[in-house]
Design a protein around this ligand. Structure first.
Ligand SMILES: [Zn+2]
Length: 111
């Protein structure tokens, strides 16, 4: 076993899972559920099965259908880049997020 600890990137983590037979069956289930289209943009070609919560963070959900979504190669690459790079959100998205947070606070305060 090569102990190459530098390769602790996301791809390496999910590769262990995406090699097996179990994954193949699960991927097919996810494809059927998401109707063979990218859930973000509706693209029908070049589809990939993505872990919503990365395997590195939640290895226990690696085979949970509810943690899978179908993405096209482009959307998948974008998501992975965000996860790995932790890029800050553009200001407009950040504002939106804060607004949502504020709105979701309201029901909690009533008691
Ligand atoms: Zn897409």
């Amino acid at each position: 076993m090569g102990l190459n600890r530098k390769r602790s990137d996301y791809a390496a983590h999910s590769k262990k899972i995406t090699r097996g037979q179990r994954w193949k069956a699960l991927r097919l289930q996810a494809l059927n559920r998401d109707e063979w289209a990218c859930v973000q943009c509706g693209e029908l070609r070049g589809l990939e099965c993505d872990h919503i919560l990365p395997v590195r963070d939640r290895p226990d959900l690696a085979y949970a259908l509810s943690n899978l979504q179908i993405l096209c190669g482009r959307c998948h690459a974008r998501k992975t880049r965000l996860e790995v790079g932790h890029k800050p959100l553009p200001p407009k998205r950040q504002q939106w997020r804060e607004l949502l947070r504020e709105m979701s606070r309201e029901p909690i305060e009533q008691s």
